[in-house]
Design a protein around this ligand. Structure first.
Ligand code: DX5
Ligand code: ZN
Length: 233
């Protein structure tokens, strides 16, 4: 099944003192979604972005907000993140004992529902709720920090998840997050993902548009990539 490749820069790697400019820059550069990493210091060992910041981001962002909740008590915060303007709210299976209820709550609050798995969590945990979700996120690092190294064994999970989604005739997005770079994007897309989160790959590059285009082009057949590269010489 071929579907367009979407690129979601993670603002965790942006310059927070210039966040509106950074958001405008990745939008001009062709970003499809803005990935917002919310960390609580409990579920993961880092603290980041609360609902008021998301509300401010929403005022300047033109593309949808893809909010990744790495927090212990997601149920308590879904209403606030939805009200702040999150288009997608993604929760960790490991932190949500009543996952079906949590997914319904995200939808009732007007957002699209995403679920995510840490690298050590099996995809089988999603089998019974696959028909209810709009997005599945496979973590390819242990969440908590940007700039970590991609865990290659996760590619098998991406392929397994693609198979599970296709069998269920689900059109949910299949996103991969953590250590995604231009040089591993082709393998991730070939395994069946259609959304790439990229933090340091985009924001540490000198050319946001070139990096986003290269990530997207990694999903095209080799001949098309070669001609795309030639047209930029
Ligand atoms: C990790 C976050 C990621 C991270 C990605 O906990 O969920 O979204 O910001 O950053 P890079 O692309 O630098 O690995
Ligand atoms: Zn993330």
């Amino acid at each position: 099944m071929s579907s367009p490749v979407l690129i979601a820069p993670s603002i965790l790697a942006a310059d927070f003192a210039r966040l509106a400019d950074e958001i405008a820059a990745v939008e001009r550069a062709g970003a499809d979604l803005l990935h917002v990493d919310v960390m609580d210091g409990h579920f993961v060992p880092n603290l980041t972005i609360g609902p008021p910041v998301v509300e401010s981001i929403k005022k300047v962002a033109k593309i949808p907000l893809d909010v990744h909740l790495m927090i212990t008590n997601a149920d308590a915060f879904i209403p606030e993140y939805a009200a702040a303007g999150a288009n997608y709210i993604t929760v960790h299976v490991e932190a949500c004992p009543h996952l079906h209820r949590t997914i319904q709550s995200i939808k009732e609050h007007g957002a699209k529902a995403g679920v995510t798995l840490n690298p050590a969590t099996p995809i089988s945990l999603l089998q019974d709720i696959i028909g209810d979700v709009d997005l599945v996120l496979i973590m390819s690092v242990n969440p908590g920090f940007g700039g970590q190294k991609f865990i290659p064994s996760v590619l098998k999970k991406v392929a397994g998840m693609r198979d599970m989604l296709d069998r269920a005739q689900s059109r949910a997005l299949l996103e991969v997050d953590g250590g995604v770079k231009v040089d591993n994007a082709a393998q991730i897309l070939a395994a069946g993902a259609n959304v790439l989160v990229a933090g340091s790959a985009v924001f540490s590059s000198q050319d946001y548009a070139g990096t986003i285009a290269a990530l997207r082009a990694a999903g095209q057949p080799a001949a098309t990539v070669a001609s795309h590269a030639a047209s930029h010489r």
